[in-house]
Design a protein around this ligand. Structure first.
Ligand code: TGC
Ligand code: FAD
Length: 392
């Protein structure tokens, strides 16, 4: 079992931009990760199993819906605190952050933002503690980057809706108690609907044989004539802007989270380079190794400043979809590059579970695809700067 000796890189004293409360949250989540998650994560990833016993712990540290209001049992924290929590969790593993960000941004957020007061009171307090877990069903087998083409649909049967269709690649699906599902009504409008485990015709087969996000459970959502009570429809949203609005919140969390993975790779590479002797010297004394470390730290520092600024804009409710998209794309891209360079610095040891590098690298191959692929985010920026959509 690897001892977690992580030291946070902070070349530009970005810590000074944080409040005492931010630092307190950061330190307490970091301590939790070091004590409870770092010792077990490698084994769970190797076994391709999500460590379900940590769910109440994540609830207790406030990782589920941290920035939603306290009156629903949530954290009532600001957006920077949310980002910091995602950063510290993904410093351990992208799959752990995934579980938390799906729960907070993709399940609790739409219920809070688009749900009725009864729905908020019924679901949010239990989701905040982890007593209930949720998942988010947008992607379908034939509609990934283009979710507007979805075919999952429901029809009005008088006293209930009848839901049919399938969702694919759904994080948390295999154990989720509820699913926030996006489906078309009879007029072809996209609506959000809450489906509960146990409803007849609703199944959640697990997706096996993943080389990435092995410590996160992924599955399908299959709806075969599922009778959904009418009170489970989210009343206050219709159209693709419903799910896309949730993605803004989740992508923001990923922007911070992927930086956490990058920082872990950098820290591990730096420590290894200082200790590993070749040609009678620490490999850290060779110029080519120093170049790699210097470039990693430069990208991390730029990423830290970008995320902090985005957090300030989010706190002021001024962050745009395009700004969030850029930060998600940038953090994941630099994290992947840093993971690959860190793997090289670790030499052969870099491919083993003795170090977190290969696990981060493989996880990031999912993170660069979900919540909008790297190229879709390039097109979102392209549309923002030219005013022309190049999606179609
Ligand atoms: P488009 O015509 O551009 O937009 C449709 C409507 O939505 C509005 N809109 C937004 N509203 C709120 N927030 C946003 N971010 C929004 N972006 C767009 C837009 O104004 C419009 O509104 P209205 O009123 O005019 O109808 O839509 P499009 O069909 O051209 O598609 C645009 C595109 C490609 C950018 C979008 O569909 C997209 O982002 N595709 C990527 C799909 C994606 O990110 N899927 C993620 C699935 S969930 C997931 O991966 C979870 S992983 C979780 C984990 O494990 O951590
Ligand atoms: P496609 O859309 O088929 O894209 C394939 C390639 O084509 C990509 O390189 C893409 O960039 C490119 N491409 C597509 N359209 C264009 C275009 N217009 N211009 C240029 N290039 C284009 N979804 C959920 O709803 N909920 C979840 O919880 C969830 N969790 C996930 C967990 C994991 C581990 C993974 C891998 C995925 C998850 N997803 C989830 C799905 C994820 O959001 C989709 O995989 C993603 O949106 C891409 O869709 P796709 O895989 O169908 O790829």
């Amino acid at each position: 079992m690897r001892t977690d000796t992580y030291q946070h890189p902070d070349h530009y004293l970005v810590d000074e931009l944080l409040t005492d409360e931010h630092r307190l949250i950061r330190d307490s989540v970091r301590q939790y990760v070091k004590k409870e998650l770092s010792p077990i994560i490698e084994d769970y990833a190797q076994r391709a199993e999500f460590p379900k016993h940590i769910i109440p712990q994540l609830g207790a540290i406030g990782a589920f819906g941290p920035s939603l209001p306290a009156e629903y049992g949530c954290g009532g924290m600001d957006q920077i605190s949310y980002g910091i929590i995602m950063q510290e969790l993904e410093r351990c593993d992208s799959g752990i952050r995934s579980t938390a960000s799906v729960q907070g941004s993709l399940v609790m957020y739409p219920i809070y933002k688009y749900g009725s007061e009864e729905q908020r009171r019924k679901y949010l307090p239990k989701l905040a503690t982890g007593e209930w877990m949720g998942c988010f069903g947008l992607t379908e087998p034939d509609h990934g980057s283009n979710p507007g083409g979805m075919t999952t649909n429901f029809v009005d049967k008088g006293d209930h809706y009848l839901l049919n269709g399938a969702k694919m690649w759904i994080s948390n699906a295999p154990f989720a108690d509820i699913a926030v599902v996006w489906a078309k009504d009879e007029a072809g409008k996209i609506r959000g609907i809450i489906v509960e485990r146990g409803m007849e015709g609703f199944t959640t087969p697990e997706t096996h044989n993943k080389w990435s996000l092995r410590a996160s459970a992924t599955g399908e959502l299959v709806f075969s004539n599922v009778r959904v009570p009418k009170e489970n429809l989210l009343p206050n949203i219709s159209g693709l802007k419903g799910p896309l609005g949730c993605l803004d919140s989740a992508r923001y969390g990923i922007a911070w989270g992927a930086l956490g993975a990058a920082m872990d790779c950098y820290d591990s590479a730096k420590q290894y380079a200082l200790q590993r002797i070749q040609f009678d010297k620490p490999i850290a004394s060779f110029q080519l190794i120093q170049k790699k470390l210097a470039e990693m730290l430069t990208e991390i520092t730029k990423g830290q400043l970008l995320c902090w600024r985005l957090g300030v804009l989010k706190n002021e409710d001024r962050a745009t979809t395009a700004q969030i998209s850029m930060a998600k794309r940038n953090s994941v891209e630099i994290a992947l590059n840093i993971a690959r360079e860190a793997r090289q610095i670790h030499g052969g040891m870099g491919i083993t579970g003795e170090y977190p590098i290969m696990r981060h690298m493989m996880n990031l191959e999912s993170v660069v695809t979900y919540e909008g692929t790297h190229d879709i985010h390039l097109l979102i920026t392209g549309m923002d700067l030219t005013g022309i959509s190049a999606f179609r």
